[in-house]
Design a binder for this molecule. Structure first.
Ligand code: FES
Ligand code: FES
Length: 162
């Protein structure tokens, strides 16, 4: 961990870039620092207690709830947010095509979780998908279209491999 003399300065590696974090409470969550200090507002805060998954990011390749991670404790880690996926990915396009987005608050977390699943397992069955998305709550869609969207992304990746 890197501190300046005022002990309120540390550095995070987000989406491959270094970000100096100043004026942050050392007990601040990663979600809070991403949104309020780095300006990456793609990760959403809904419950802020690890229940909804809307704040999901990758920490050294593992999906985590950023609201439960102390930002100052992950200065040596690689953090990937929804912004780091690059936009208009196959998974994002599948969500749009299938109408898997209503208010959109859950969508960044679901896209992170679905992308992480497909990167780990290119041929998930429906139970694999349900398990991978089990930590992501959606209050709007009823989940059917979200499951459809993940299947569209799976099928698309398979076609692209042929
Ligand atoms: S805001 Fe982090 S799990 Fe809900
Ligand atoms: S689309 Fe509204 S919470 Fe999921």
């Amino acid at each position: 961990m890197t501190y300046t003399s005022d002990e309120k300065h540390f550095e995070l590696t987000v989406n491959g870039s270094k970000h100096q974090v100043k004026d942050s409470f050392l007990g601040a969550s990663l979600l809070s620092v991403l949104r309020d200090h780095i300006g990456m507002t793609g990760s959403k805060g809904a419950c802020e207690e690890g229940e909804c998954g809307s704040c999901s990011v990758l920490l050294d390749g593992n999906l985590v709830c950023s609201c439960l991670v102390l930002a100052a404790s992950v200065t040596q880690s690689s953090i990937v947010t929804i912004e780091g996926l690059g936009g208009a990915t196959d998974v994002q396009q599948a969500f749009v095509e299938c109408g898997a987005i209503q208010c959109g608050f859950c969508s960044p977390g679901l896209v992170m979780a679905a992308t992480n699943l497909l990167d780990r397992n290119p041929d998930p069955d429906v139970d694999d998908v349900r398990e991978a998305l089990a930590g992501n709550l959606c209050r709007c869609t009823g989940y059917g279209r979200i499951l459809d969207a993940v299947q569209v992304a799976v099928d698309g990746r398979k076609r692209n491999k042929l």
